[in-house]
Design a protein around this ligand. Structure first.
Ligand code: IMP
Ligand code: MG
Length: 179
């Protein structure tokens, strides 16, 4: 693909690198204060949350474990398929941990709602949801994150882990996708 065509699809910056860094560091400190002395497991939903998790876990200065699940609700495009598919499950037995689900964005709420139900059934010591972005205007399933770092408008966003057709995940900021 022509590199210029791809760059032309990057629209307005919605959350800058600096704003993300500041808020992620703040969140890491809050989590460390709250979970000090407790067995903590951060569960990241791949692929979108991998960058957020990587930065967040380094801002948490207490021992913690990380785990990955793969849940997909978007298939190559900008509209939800309405189906959440768990394609890779966690290794850890969550009953031994305080679990925080680390998500990139809550849109319709379907993905997190399903993942939360699945993990709750396995009886973790506690279960919370932290999302980098929240798009409340698009909610279909009534679900609130315990902590949301940024509320964003109803735009299709790319960068900092978020993709469009698997591209743009490596942008260090969150931008609007200009199709
Ligand atoms: P939900 O199940 O509709 O809440 O969708 C959540 C998932 O859809 C997120 O984890 C993302 O992977 C994807 N998604 C939702 N909105 C966007 C967006 O604006 N850009 C890229 N991916 C998105
Ligand atoms: Mg995701």
């Amino acid at each position: 693909m022509d590199a210029n065509i791809t760059e032309n699809q990057i629209g307005k910056i919605i959350v800058s690198e600096e704003k993300i860094r500041r808020k992620v560091n703040e969140t890491g400190k809050m989590i460390a204060d709250k979970y000090r002395g407790k067995p903590l497991l951060l569960v990241s939903i791949l692929k979108g949350a991998f960058i957020f998790l990587a930065d967040l876990c380094r801002a948490i200065d207490i021992p913690c474990e990380i785990g990955f699940m793969c849940a997909q609700s978007y298939y190559n495009g900008t509209s939800s398929s309405g189906i959440v598919n768990i394609t890779m499950d966690l290794e850890q037995d969550v009953s031994n941990y305080h679990v925080i689900i680390v998500e990139d964005i809550i849109d319709t709420g379907r993905t997190i709602s399903d993942v939360k139900k699945l993990l709750a059934a396995r009886k973790p010591l506690s279960l919370k949801v932290v999302t980098l972005l929240d798009k409340p205007d698009r909610r279909v399933v009534p679900l609130e994150a315990d902590l949301s770092l940024f509320t964003v408008p109803d735009l299709f966003l790319i960068g900092y882990g978020l993709d469009c057709g698997e591209k743009f995940r490596n942008l260090p900021y969150i931008a609007e996708y200009k199709g």
